[in-house]
Design a protein around this ligand. Structure first.
Ligand SMILES: [Zn+2]
Length: 103
């Protein structure tokens, strides 16, 4: 939180910084004087959402990683199968040529 008067950064629980407090003690305000507070930012309601997201995030990330790993393994298997198929076809073609060419 920042000082409500000068805007300096303060520790939690404080509203005015020591300098402003000294000035206020030196020049006290009459009771009943209207004070306009700066508009508060809606930060507190946003904090619980972040906590919930933090709690949910690891499980969701693990699920995503697992599904991506499965996909990668599937792609790897398919590509290996395709590669071995091409190798078999090439070997068959080479054997046919060797058979057709008389030595
Ligand atoms: Zn201040």
């Amino acid at each position: 939180m920042n000082c409500l008067k000068c805007g300096r950064k303060l520790e939690d629980g404080q509203v005015f910084c020591p300098t402003c407090l000294e000035n206020m003690n030196a020049y006290p305000v009459k009771p009943g004087t209207p004070i306009q507070l700066p508009p508060q930012q809606p930060a507190p309601p946003a904090k619980p959402k972040r906590k919930k997201q933090k709690e949910r995030k690891p499980e969701e990330e693990i699920r995503r990683l697992r599904s991506s790993i499965r996909l990668l393994i599937l792609i790897l298997i398919v590509s290996l199968l395709a590669f071995s198929l091409v190798c078999i076809l090439l070997l068959a073609l080479l054997e046919q040529r060797e058979l057709s060419v008389p030595l």
